[in-house]
Design a binder for this molecule. Structure first.
Ligand code: IPD
Ligand code: CA
Length: 261
């Protein structure tokens, strides 16, 4: 893999260490953001500031899009653009559940190029470069081959969009009737990396932001999986999207369209 990915890895690891410093701290400086139950802690901001400053030093010509800032430049189509979620699983982080991840995705001329997702609690570093495979802690990873009847799946829904809850319940019910079991961790990044590592078979959510899916979906693709929106189209990184992230063992979306719409 290109040396650049290992530089990004170092930044993700250090960001994870900042998250660990907050472990068991009761008041993490929680503030409310727009939407239902949407919180931010002082660490989301701290970690993002750290990552942004380091990435600028690493690739000064790159653009930066992060979750914890209002401005979103229209820079996705040219040159290098980092898309960062400093702490995916913020609600877990605030509750000391130890189920959160740093996520750094890099696009080159609008296409996914590199990805680093680091879960400091499990000390798991997922890395991928386009065309070069996906790795966890240096070991090549692959999706599982299990089909829906043997599948463990996760169907997410942030609490932020009240209008999507019914649809999510229907989607969940559809798959739960047909699958082996389900899990819900509360971090789309961790769950999609878990699909990539062959631990679960698919993850789906009605609306994910680009910083939720920019890195982990490259890791999944490089591990042999597939990601599309609910219409089966490729993700385009221009804005929020529905996401089906799977081991590609069968057409999971066909069940969704048949039964829950
Ligand atoms: C959220 C988590 C959650 C998913 C939400 C995301 P955040 O990210 O990934 O699992 O269901 O849609 O927004 O807010 O914890 O960074
Ligand atoms: Ca997130």
């Amino acid at each position: 893999m290109n040396e650049l990915i290992y530089e990004i890895e170092k930044i993700a690891r250090k960001a994870g260490e900042i998250m660990l410093e907050a472990k068991n701290e009761k008041n993490k400086g929680i503030e409310m953001k727009e939407g239902v139950g949407n919180i931010v802690t002082k660490y989301d901001k701290l970690v993002q500031e750290y990552i942004e400053a380091e990435l600028k030093k690493l690739l000064p010509e790159s653009h930066f899009i992060g979750e914890e800032e209002d401005m979103q430049e229209d820079v996705l189509q040219r040159g290098y653009t980092f898309i960062v979620d400093p702490i995916d699983g913020t609600a877990n982080f605030a509750r000391n559940l130890n189920l959160s991840s740093v996520s750094i995705g890099l696009l080159k001329d609008g296409e996914q190029y590199m990805a680093a997702c680091y879960n400091p609690y499990r000390e798991e570093m997922f890395l991928a470069e386009r065309g070069q495979g996906a790795y966890m802690n240096g070991e090549r990873i692959h999706v599982s081959k299990k089909k829906l009847d043997q599948a463990v799946f996760s169907a997410g829904s942030g609490p932020y969009y009240a209008e999507l809850r019914e649809k999510t319940i229907n989607m969940f019910a559809t798959y739960f009737r047909l699958a082996n079991d389900y899990r819900r961790i509360g971090s789309a990044v961790i769950e999609i990396c878990d699909v990539a590592a062959g631990r679960i078979e698919f993850y789906c959510e009605e609306r994910l932001q680009i910083w939720d899916y920019a890195a982990c979906t490259l890791i999944l693709k490089e591990a042999g999986g597939k990601t599309t929106d609910f219409e089966g189209r490729p993700l385009n990184f221009r804005g929020p999207s529905s996401v089906m992230a799977s081991n590609d063992a069968e057409d999971y979306l066909s069940y969704l369209h048949e039964e829950s719409l």
